[in-house]
Design a protein around this ligand. Structure first.
Ligand code: BTN
Length: 234
């Protein structure tokens, strides 16, 4: 990635770039609020729930931003990433609660938020130019979707701007925008992996804190506090 182009477009930001790093989350955790870390590849990329994030060289956008903690920040970050992708390449991603970026029913980006010393470290990984991905990941890339290679610099710039903009919105606005942007927010049949076993039901909107309501076939409603949501039958 041409990091000079990204820095020139965002002159007020402290931006660190590593050609190769274990995880941008580690570097960002040591920095001040508003700092941003990008990497060309990650040798130990972290996903949610202890998963590894596939972080091959050159093809992905691997980024961690240091932010002020805020209510529903995880939802705001998904909206920001989706807007950056739409504005840069004209690709409309779906958002699978809480913030997986989905294209053609497959995951093309993921977001991990960690609280460190009173700061929120927001890690965003987007599969941009991957020509193929390991099948077991159930993942795709923007390049596979669009059929051509894409420049990552414009997306990196748009992403930082969009995160600033959505992170400044109030909770009610984020909940409204998410309900509009995500086909998973309501009326979608899903399976949810919970520690005590999987449940299946229809999504029934978000509560005031951004948690997902799932109505089971027996009429009871379960509030989902963490991820593990997928389309039923997928
Ligand atoms: C998920 O599991 O959906 C979250 C994936 C988050 C991946 C990004 S890539 C940049 C940052 N550094 C990491 O090690 N993880 C996040």
């Amino acid at each position: 990635m041409n990091i000079a182009e990204v820095r020139a477009a965002l002159p007020q930001r402290h931006i660190e770039y590593y050609e190769s790093i274990d995880s941008t989350m580690h570097a960002a955790a040591k920095l001040e609020t508003r700092a941003v870390v990008f990497a060309g590849e990650q040798t130990s990329g972290q996903g949610r729930h202890g998963h590894v994030w596939h972080s091959e060289a050159r093809n992905g956008l691997y980024c961690s931003l240091v932010l002020q903690p805020a209510p529903v920040l995880t939802l705001a970050l998904g909206l920001a990433a989706a807007e950056a992708i739409a504005g840069t390449y004209g690709i409309a991603c779906d958002l699978r609660w809480p913030n997986d970026l989905m294209l053609d029913g497959l995951k093309t980006g993921g977001i991990l938020v960690q609280l460190v010393d009173g700061k929120a470290v927001a890690g965003i990984g987007i599969n941009v130019n991957h020509e193929s991905l390991p099948e077991e990941l159930g993942a795709t890339s923007l390049r596979i979707h669009l059929g051509r290679e894409l420049p990552r610099e414009a997306l990196a710039i748009a992403l930082v701007r969009a995160v600033d903009s959505f992170a400044a919105e109030d909770k009610e606005t984020i909940l409204r925008l998410f309900a509009h942007a995500s086909s998973y927010a309501a009326g979608r049949r899903v399976t949810v992996a919970l520690p005590e076993g999987s449940i299946e039901g229809m999504t029934a909107g978000l509560d005031a804190d951004g948690f997902l309501k799932v109505r089971k076939d027996d009429g009871s409603t379960v509030l989902i506090l963490a991820g593990g949501v997928r389309a039923a039958g997928s």
